[in-house]
Write a protein that binds this ligand. Structure first.
Ligand code: GEK
Length: 264
């Protein structure tokens, strides 16, 4: 099996710096706040950004390896949808012991995938088993999902237009084998306003404890609120059942960040 391939459907663009840096993107007052997007600047600081912003991120990455090894069925595929730098794909590749393992990792940000490819190339081929990862640059609404026993969407569905979410989950369900698992992690919303406010405050405490200033927290919130659209836990559970999943369980929550498993 060859090295992982980046199938870039759009024109390829070179990343100037590949090292993971400290996220200071919102540390100075910005004249104009534009909607958050996963460009080269974000890709360059992404590991720092997600670890300091998403409570429990490292735990979810590690547990995804454990769950995927448990639910993987030999001869099937694993998918990491909205893979960013491929952290979940790498966690699965390391945990699943099968020479015929194939992991399809999809993202529509070229900047993210260029950096993911570099990280894969830099990883130890024996220990990481990263050769089994195929990177695809595409919209997850457009790709086919086939013969899957493990599908991961780690904080990706929240960026998909709400009216497209059911269709996407139904497609995933139909592309999975019986007994397969979908691991879905999302930021949550609450219908009760005091609960919503409390959970948001706790999340902001977490970010401040990780070194983000009030200015950084406010500017990031203003740029992301039009593109990251969280929903309630109940909404996610209902939609997963409607897609056909027979068992849906919340296995993790830290503040307003949660992860669910859905079994076909
Ligand atoms: C991780 N899972 O490290 N098609 C493909 N990719 C998309 C789409 C789409 N329609 N919309 C957004 N993305 C990763 C973290 S980040 C979450 C996932 C966050 C991609 C987008 O380019 C980005 O890389 C990813 O989804 C969301 O666990 O930053 O909060």
């Amino acid at each position: 099996m060859g090295r992982a391939v980046v199938t870039l459907k759009k024109s390829s663009k070179k990343i100037s710096t590949m090292s993971s840096a400290l996220d200071t993107l919102y540390s100075s007052p910005l004249d104009k706040l534009v909607d958050f997007n996963f460009d080269e600047k974000v890709a360059n600081v992404f590991p720092d950004m997600i670890n300091r912003s998403v409570p429990g991120y490292a735990t979810i990455v590690a547990m995804t390896g454990i769950l995927s090894a448990e639910f993987y069925q030999p001869g099937t595929r694993c998918y990491d949808l909205g893979c960013s730098l491929g952290a979940l794909a790498l966690s699965m590749a390391k945990a699943i012991k099968d020479d015929s393992l194939k992991i399809i990792a999809v993202d529509n940000s070229q900047a993210m995938l260029q950096k993911a490819q570099t990280l894969i190339n830099q990883s130890d081929p024996v220990e990481s088993n990263a050769d089994c990862i195929e990177l695809i640059c595409d919209d997850i609404n457009q790709i086919d999902v086939n013969n899957a026993s493990v599908v991961v969407m780690n904080f990706t569905l929240q960026f998909i237009a709400p009216e497209q979410r059911s269709k996407l989950l139904k497609k995933i369900y139909h592309g999975m084998n019986q007994g397969g698992i979908l691991i879905l992690s999302e930021k949550l919303n609450y219908n009760d306003s005091s609960q919503q406010q409390l959970l948001i405050e706790m999340h902001h405490c977490f970010k401040k404890a990780n070194g983000y200033s009030d200015l950084e927290i406010t500017q990031k919130r203003q740029t992301i609120e039009n593109v990251l659209l969280p929903e309630t836990l109940e909404k996610h559970k209902t939609r997963l059942h409607e897609a056909g999943f027979k068992q849906v369980e919340q296995w993790f929550q830290c503040f307003n960040f949660s992860s669910l498993i859905a079994i076909k």
